[in-house]
Structures are given as C-alpha cells and as structure tokens.
Ligand binder design. Structure first.
Ligand code: ATP
Ligand code: MG
Length: 326
C-alpha cells in the first residue's frame, strides 16, 4: 500500500473558507497526485465535545460529507468515512490516554481558547488531542494536511507516537503536517481571531450565495488606512483579505498588493468578493446536486468505512499485543 494521508473535519457547523483553504484545498491537491492513499473522515466524535443539538447532529454529519465531496474529495481516489463508524479510533485513544500526561494536555492552546470563549470544559474537550492522535496513528499515516491552528495537536500526535515506540517497540511512524501558505484564515468580524465554525459571526461559508459573499467581504473589519497593505501583525483585517485573495487566485500576498496598488479598500474588497464567489461556484453547483442524492452520499461513506476498517483493526490488534492485552 502507498503511504497514507489522513485528514479530518468536525461536523460542528457549516464549513467556511478557512476550512477550505487550510485543509480541504490542499487535501484535494494531494489526492490528485498519485503518490499517496487518502483517508478523509468526518470527526463526529470530536464534535460532541462542544455544545450541540442532538436533533441536528446527523444533518451536520451529512452536510460535512456533502461539503467535502462538493469541494473536490473524489471517492474513487479517496476513502471518505465517519469517525464513529470505525470503533478502533476511540479504543486506541484510550490506550494513548495512559501514556499521555495531564501536563501535556494542559499546555494545549486550543483547549484554553475554547474554555476562554465560554465553552463548558468537559473531559472530552480536554482529551481531544489524544483522540486526534489516535485518528492519525490508527492508520499509521505519514502526512496530515491541517491548518496552522492544528500544529500543536499534531506535535502531540508525534510525541505520542515517539513515546509509544520507545516504551513498546517501533510501531508508529511520526506523522508530518502539511501546511498551506494561507496559514490561518482570520475571522471577518474579529480579525485577531481565526475563522471558526463555532464563531459564526466571522465566517464566510462555502455555501454563502454570491451576494452574501460580496456583502460579507464588503463589511469585513479592516482599518483606517487609505491604501491596501500587507502587515498581518498590525493590519490583520486587510492582510487577511489579501491572503484570501492570493490563495484563491494562486498568487502571493506581495503580488496581490502590487496588483491593487492605488486601489481603495472598497475597490479591493469588491475584487475579493467577485473572485471568491466565482471560485466557489463549481463547489456550490456540485453541492446542490449531491443534496438531491443523500443515498449516494451514504453509500460513499459506507464504502469508505469498509476501506478504512481493516487497517484500523490490524493496528489495534498490534497495539493490544504490544501493551500485553490478551
Ligand atoms: P471549530 O470551531 O468547531 O473548532 P473549525 O472551524 O476550527 O471548527 P475544524 O473542524 O476544527 O474547524 O478544523 C478542520 C480543519 O480546518 C483543520 O485542518 C483546521 O486546521 C482547518 N481550519 C480550521 N479553521 C481554520 C482557519 N481559520 N484557517 C485555516 N485552517 C483552518
Ligand atoms: Mg477547530
């Protein structure tokens, strides 16, 4: 089997362009090279760690699957499945819990941020990075496309692989992150924070209509400078729009700034809105079609699980034997 790439996304709200530029777009690009096998999963177990409505959850899982497929994940090339359909993820996470210290988890910035944002800190939220390590290592994945915000969690997955190997014998490769230049896409309403499904006010959704996209970009928080300029530290709002423009048009932020030299914010924002609306058009058309064929989506998820399950089972058996379970 070819080396494996694994990526996950939480069904915790509608997908936004941060998810697209940070993870999905690179995942689609990687899928289209022939060097790797690809596993993409809907992280439904992770999504139970933050507030949710049980009546909405199954819809959110389906929506995440439809969003990934419409953004270009190709079930002929990649396995797309639901995390909870492969019981081995949670089982391996338990074993990893026993080799992870409280201190390692207490250092996790995402946990601290979510708690500071008012989330009730349940034990699952605290333990999230250990389940994430299991999601990756259960397939012995070598590459993991993630947004910059997941760098620390991925480091922990590498630490867990290393400690496991050291204590029980070489079992896991250390997975490497694959990051885009887009780094993190920031919130449109509060550009010092990253765009997050759990903070809808600042999100530009993949499903927003062209009109909505233009409106949201037009009213994105920037600063009082007169000219377009790139300075993420001091001018996060306008720099975020430059990043978005550069990623969607396949240029660098510097080239984008040059292109808009002398343009007003209003003109620049109009151009960003036009571009994003245009680039999301195909995705939105595919989405409308898939929404009419939920049976097909379920079939794809089942097939994906059948591809992933034997590998997960084999790893868990190996791990159980290494740690001495009968
Ligand atoms: P939540 O608020 O529930 O954590 P989220 O918007 O952060 O949701 P996740 O499902 O946690 O989305 O992340 C899915 C993928 O998208 C991950 O690879 C993550 O790194 C990436 N990602 C999330 N937000 C951004 C962002 N603002 N910029 C770039 N990548 C992002
Ligand atoms: Mg997140």
């Amino acid at each position: 089997m070819k080396p494996l790439i694994v990526s996950g996304i939480k069904p915790s709200g509608i997908l936004h362009i941060g998810n697209y530029l940070g993870m999905i777009k690179q995942a689609v690009d990687l899928q289209n090279s022939d060097k790797y096998s690809y596993f993409y999963f809907i992280a439904d177990l992770h999504s139970l760690t933050t507030k949710y409505d049980p009546k909405e959850k199954s819809k959110e899982v389906m929506e995440a699957a439809i969003d990934l497929l419409s953004a270009g994940i190709d079930p002929k090339k990649s396995a797309l499945f639901v995390q909870s359909h492969i019981l081995e993820h949670a089982n391996l996470a338990w074993i990893f819990n026993t080799i992870t210290s409280m201190g390692q988890l207490e250092r996790m910035v995402e946990y601290k941020e979510k708690v500071a944002d008012g989330q009730t800190p349940n034990a699952g939220l605290f333990d999230y990075p250990v389940l994430m390590a299991a999601d990756i290592l259960i397939y012995k994945a070598q590459k993991v496309p993630v947004g910059e915000d997941q760098r620390q969690h991925l480091e922990l997955a590498r630490d867990i692989a290393r400690s496991f190997n050291k204590r029980f014998g070489k079992t896991f490769p250390e997975p490497a992150g694959v990051y885009t230049k887009a780094l993190r896409v920031m919130s449109l309403s509060d550009p010092k924070k990253k765009m997050s499904k759990t903070a809808p006010a600042g999100c530009l959704y993949l499903s927003d209509s062209p009109k909505k996209i233009k409106e949201k970009i037009n009213t994105a928080v920037t600063d009082s400078h007169k000219e377009v300029g790139y300075d993420p530290e001091n001018r996060p709002g306008i720099s975020n729009l430059i990043n978005i423009y550069a990623e969607f048009s396949g240029t660098s932020p510097e080239a984008a700034v040059k292109q808009f030299k002398g343009a007003s914010y209003k003109e620049f924002k109009a151009a960003v809105g036009e571009l994003v609306a245009l680039k999301l058009q195909d995705t939105q058309e595919r989405k409308a079609n898939l929404e009419k064929d939920k049976k097909e989506v379920l079939r794809i998820l089942e097939n994906g699980a059948e591809t992933a399950r034997p590998i997960a089972k084999k790893t868990l058996e190996e791990v159980k034997s290494r740690v001495g379970l009968i």
